[in-house]
Design a protein around this ligand. Structure first.
Ligand code: AHR
Length: 507
C-alpha cells in the first residue's frame, strides 16, 4: 500500500457544472434503436413499442441531453424520411453502417422516447450529402412557432408545439475520410459558417456545435480546428471533440493513462480556440462539446477494424459494435468522467457514445432481459452525485511512465461542491500499487462550519480486471462500499486497490 495525499479546498473552483456534461448519444446504428430502445412485441414494451425496462435503466443512468440521430449515419440521412405515417415511410440503405434503415423511428418517436426518459434532444444536421437548405428545413420543422408548410406538417404529424431543440450539431466528424461528404477544413468551415448564420436567422436561440477533430491523433488535428474556427468563430458556440480509448497489446497500464490523453486533447483545443479569439481581438470563449467519448474496441491488435459492416449485406438492425465492457474498462471510463469534470469551465456539454447495445452501458436481448454493463456504474453514480461546482483536487501520489504520455499520476481526483456537501471521485490508475489516499478536509469543514461525515461510498474494482456482466451473468460486476473508508479527525482515509474507481459523498 503506497501513500497518497490530497486536499479538498472550496476555493479550488473550476466552474459551475453544466448538466449537459452528462449527455448521451443515440445513433441509428446496429441494435441501438431497433431491438434496443424500440422493440414492439417485447413483454416490457409499452403501447408505442418502447421497452420500459430500458427506459428505467436510462433514467437511472442519469443522462441529460441526448445527441441524435448520428454519428456517421447523419451524413447520409434524410430527416423527412422519419416523419409522417409510419407505414408510408421509405426503407433506405444506410451507407455509413451498411444496413437497411426502416425509418420506423424518426424525430417524433425519438422525442416521445426522450419524454419517457426525461432527457433533452440535441440534433445533428446532415452536412455530408446535404447542406444549408436541409438544415433550415429541419430547424423550421422542429423549432418554428410560425404557420408554415413545415410546421403544418409537424402539427398534422401530431406535434403542434415546436420541439424547441436548443443544441444543434453542424454535421458529424467532417474531418474524417470515412465520413460521407468528407470535406477539407476550408470547405467545411465555409459551409458551417453559412449554415450557422442562416440557422440563427431562423432561430436566434439555438446553440451551435461545429465539428472539431474525430480524435487527437487525426493527421489534421490542430490545423483543422484553427481553420474551421477562423471561418466560424462568430457564428458558433461550441467546437466538438471525439475520442475513444481501448487497451492494446494487453498493456493495461498504458490504457489507464487514457484520461491524460483526453485532458491534453481538451487543453489543446481550448488553446487553439483562445488563440483564434486573440487574433480576432475577441473576448468570446468557444466551449467544448465532447460529444463522443467512451471506451471502444474499434481496432484489432493489428490496427485493423474489429467490426466490418460491409461484409454482412444490408441487414436491418445487425449486431454491430456490441462491445462487452470489463472492470478495467469501467475504471478508465470513470477516469474519463473525472477528466471532463476537471475541465468543466470549458467542457459545457458531453455525450457518452452510445447508450444501448452499441458501445453501450446498457445491453438488451431481443425478447429477453436488459442489463447494466460495468461502465453503467461510474456514469450513473457520477451523474447523481456531481452537482454544483467542480473543484480541483491536487493529489500527491506516485507516478508511472506511459510510452505515449510520459509521467502519469497514479491517482487522479476531482470533487464537486453543493449546498449540502461534497462529492469526491477518484481513480487509482496503478496496475501494481494499492494506495491509501488521505484527503485533508480541513478547509471544507471551515466552509460548512462543522465536520464532514461520510454518507455513501462506492468502489469499482475486481481482482479479475477482465470480469464483465453478460446475458448469462448480468450482475457479475458492480460497485460496493469502500472497505476501510473513514473520516479521521479532519482527514478522509480511502484505501484504493490497484485499478479501481471510487466515489464518496460527504455532508
Ligand atoms: O459512435 C460510433 C461512431 O464513431 C459514430 O457514428 C462516429 O461519429 C464515430 O466515428
Amino acid at each position: 500500500m503506497t501513500d497518497a495525499t490530497a486536499r479538498l479546498d472550496p476555493y479550488h473552483v473550476v466552474a459551475d457544472i453544466d448538466r449537459r456534461i452528462f449527455g448521451g448519444f443515440v445513433e441509428h446504428l446496429g441494435r441501438h434503436i431497433y431491438d434496443g430502445i424500440f422493440e414492439p412485441g417485447h413483454p416490457a414494451a409499452d403501447a408505442d413499442g418502447f421497452r420500459t425496462d430500458v427506459v428505467e435503466l436510462v433514467k437511472e443512468l442519469g443522462v441529460s441531453t441526448i445527441r441524435y440521430p448520428g454519428g456517421n449515419f447523419v451524413s447520409g440521412y434524410r430527416w423527412e424520411d422519419g416523419i409522417g405515417p409510419v407505414d408510408q415511410r421509405p426503407r433506405r440503405l444506410d451507407l455509413a453502417w451498411h444496413s437497411t434503415e426502416t425509418n420506423e423511428v424518426g424525430l417524433h418517436e425519438f422525442q416521445q422516447w426522450l419524454d419517457l426518459v426525461g432527457s433533452d434532444l440535441m440534433l445533428a444536421v446532415n452536412l455530408g450529402t446535404r447542406g444549408t437548405q436541409e438544415a433550415l428545413d429541419v430547424l423550421e420543422y422542429a423549432n418554428s412557432a410560425a404557420t408554415t408548410a413545415w410546421t403544418e406538417q409537424r402539427a398534422a404529424n401530431g406535434h403542434p408545439e415546436p420541439f424547441a431543440v436548443t443544441m444543434w450539431c453542424l454535421g458529424n466528424e467532417m474531418d474524417g475520410p470515412w465520413q460521407i461528404g468528407h470535406k477539407n477544413a476550408d470547405d467545411y468551415g465555409k459551409l458551417a459558417s453559412q449554415t450557422a448564420k442562416a440557422m440563427r436567422l431562423l432561430d436566434p436561440g439555438v446553440e451551435l456545435v461545429v465539428c472539431g477533430s474525430s480524435g487527437r491523433s487525426m493527421p489534421t488535428f490542430g490545423s483543422w480546428e484553427r481553420t474551421v474556427l477562423e471561418h466560424t468563430f462568430d457564428d458558433i458556440d461550441f467546437i466538438s471533440c471525439h475520442s475513444y480509448y481501448q487497451e492494446m497489446g494487453g498493456d493495461a497500464q498504458e490504457f489507464l493513462a487514457s484520461g491524460v490523453d483526453m485532458a491534453k486533447f481538451i487543453e489543446s483545443v481550448v488553446a487553439i480556440a483562445d488563440s483564434v479569439a486573440a487574433s480576432k481581438q475577441s473576448e468570446k470563449r468557444i466551449m467544448i462539446s465532447f460529444d463522443e467519448w467512451n471506451v471502444w474496441y474499434l481496432h484489432d491488435e493489428d490496427g485493423g477494424q474489429n467490426d466490418k459492416p460491409e461484409e454482412r449485406g444490408w441487414p436491418v438492425a445487425p449486431r454491430l459494435l456490441e462491445d462487452r465492457y470489463h472492470a478495467l474498462d469501467a475504471v478508465v471510463f470513470g477516469d474519463l468522467l473525472i477528466t471532463l469534470l476537471q475541465h468543466a469551465d470549458r467542457v459545457r456539454s458531453a455525450s457518452l457514445a452510445q447508450l444501448v447495445n452499441v458501445i453501450a452501458p446498457i445491453m438488451t436481448e431481443p425478447g429477453g432481459p436488459a442489463w447494466k454493463q460495468t461502465t453503467f456504474f461510474p456514469f450513473s453514480i457520477t451523474s447523481r452525485l456531481a452537482s454544483g461546482t467542480a473543484l480541483r483536487v491536487p493529489v500527491d501520489a506516485g507516478t508511472f511512465t506511459s510510452e505515449k504520455l510520459g509521467e502519469v499520476a497514479n491517482v487522479n481526483a476531482v470533487a464537486t461542491l453543493d449546498d449540502e456537501g461534497v462529492s469526491l471521485f477518484v481513480v487509482n490508475r496503478s496496475t501494481t500499487d494499492a494506495s491509501e489516499l488521505r484527503v485533508d478536509l480541513g478547509p471544507l469543514a471551515a466552509r460548512f462550519g462543522r465536520d464532514l461525515a461520510i454518507v455513501e461510498t462506492h468502489l469499482l474494482h475486481e481482482d479479475d480486471r477482465y470480469a464483465a456482466n453478460t446475458l448469462d451473468d448480468p450482475e457479475r460486476v458492480g460497485v460496493r462500499p469502500i472497505d476501510g473508508a473513514v473520516v479521521d479527525g479532519s482527514t478522509l482515509v480511502l484505501p484504493l486497490p490497484a485499478v479501481s474507481w471510487a466515489a464518496v459523498r460527504l455532508t
